[in-house]
Design a protein around this ligand. Structure first.
Ligand code: NDP
Length: 400
């Protein structure tokens, strides 16, 4: 059916690439293009004998628009799937515009020097993408991603209006290290050491980092502490889902993780302000990343499950209604299938599905869109088919 260029070859990309190769009717060809070409080549060597998808590889610096343009022009993909880091979103969008190629990502743009997730930079491309007749699908991971698809599905099939959404992201996995992050440590630590926030009555309410704690009993995992965080999909869902009064995001963290994080913070290791060390400028958080275990190496040793989903409260036919949609994913099952743990898996599968929605023309409108702005039904069907089956509960325990 078509060709996809995947930029980045880290934890999430590796899963998406495995999934594209399982889906060679749609992904006839893929090009894996990343900063370190040897990683792309190693994956091609492993996967090419297992798939009809023709795999090519290339080296690219995704911070450089001209390099991206010439690579896209030479490969001519139908869609570019950006699985590098949020810092590269705008350069890759610029290259897609210049070459009139569809764009998909899993995380919103963030400038390197301020840890601040906002869609404004990418939404500013709306008119340009419309005029070029191409689609940018923003946030096709799990959260953001599946959480937006779940919201669109709940709105379409279960509610007349949704007033409250609580997104609950539980990782019940144990990798056996005292401290490690399940995906890119720099992105992860920037996310959890930032202030928390949620939206109520159209306004952002800010909290101190980890100020709001709740305990929830997750199916498949058990009881866990979870903390309110700022998360990027709150911004788009509050605009796109009818009737929202309050939307919050909670993520589970174990006590050991939080104690280590506090200590690293207290000694300045999580700072993104550059310092001079032995005559060289370094960013403490980037240095910390270099000494922590590579998330890609956690797969083999992680056991347990993730449970991520959304609890909706609203109205249907004049009556109050609650509805919980979630997915449970097992770390070891993921590892057996694609050699990665569930955090990469739950992001890489929806990334492949997002690219597939565009390549098959199921999602087809020019402009820049968040995932909940498309018809959720074909995506929901694909989640069941491609390894992330969802479950529903019509009387869930609510979060106070
Ligand atoms: P990794 O750090 O494992 O992988 C990032 C990859 O991008 C690496 O291969 C890296 O190259 C490559 N890369 C970085 N900079 C450049 C550049 N300038 N040019 C070319 N390639 C580059 O990260 P993850 O796989 O964990 O995360 C990937 C993305 O997924 C991130 O944006 C993250 O925020 C997002 N994410 C989204 C989630 C969701 O649910 N929506 C959940 C988890 C992650 P090299 O190999 O040389 O380092």
């Amino acid at each position: 059916m078509g060709k996809c260029m995947i930029i980045g070859c880290g934890g999430v990309a590796s899963v998406a690439i495995h999934k594209c190769c399982q889906n060679s009717d749609v992904f006839e060809g893929i090009m894996i293009a990343s900063r370190t070409k040897s990683k792309c080549d190693a994956l091609r060597e492993k996967l090419q004998p297992t798939t009809k998808t023709i795999i090519e590889t290339a080296q690219v610096n995704a911070d450089n628009v001209d390099e991206l343009i010439s690579l896209i022009n030479s490969y001519k993909p139908d869609v570019v799937l950006n699985l590098a880091l949020p810092y590269q979103d705008l350069t890759i969008m610029d290259a897609c515009l210049a070459t009139k190629t569809h764009y998909v990502d899993t995380a919103n743009y963030e400038p390197l020097d301020t840890a601040k997730f906002e869609y404004k930079w990418q939404w500013a491309y709306r008119e340009k993408f419309e005029q070029a007749g191409i689609t940018a699908l923003l946030g096709s991971g799990f959260d953001p991603g599946v959480t937006g698809v779940f919201s669109a599905y709940a709105m379409k099939h279960e509610f007349d209006e949704i007033n409250y959404i609580d997104i609950l992201d539980c990782n019940g996995g144990d990798h056996g290290y005292p401290f490690a992050t399940n995906f890119n440590p720099e992105i992860n630590i920037r996310e959890v050491s930032a202030k928390g926030s949620y939206i109520e009555d159209g306004k952002w309410i800010e909290t101190e980092p980890m100020e709001i704690k709740r305990v929830y009993n997750f199916k498949g995992v058990g009881e866990k502490d979870m903390y309110l965080l700022h998360h990027e999909e709150l911004e788009s869902l509050a605009l796109n889902i009818k009737g929202i009064k309050r939307i919050r995001f909670f993520m589970t963290f174990g006590q050991s993780y939080l104690t280590h994080l506090k200590c690293l913070e207290n000694v300045g290791m999580t700072s993104i302000e550059p310092i001079v060390y032995e005559g060289k400028e370094i960013v403490p958080l980037q240095f910390l990343r270099a000494v922590l275990p590579d998330p890609a190496s956690l797969g083999a040793r992680t056991v347990g499950k993730t449970n991520i989903g959304c609890i909706f409260r609203g109205k249907k036919d004049g009556k109050d209604k609650t509805y919980y949609l979630y997915n449970i994913c097992d770390h070891q099952e993921c590892y057996k299938e694609v050699g990665s743990q569930a955090v990469s898996y739950t992001t890489g599968v929806p990334a492949m599905i997002g690219a597939m929605m565009i390549m098959t023309g199921k999602w087809n409108k020019a402009g820049v869109y968040n995932i909940e702005e498309f018809d959720p039904d074909p995506f929901m069907e694909a989640l069941n088919k491609w390894g992330l089956p969802w479950e529903e509960d019509f009387s869930p325990v609510l979060v106070d």
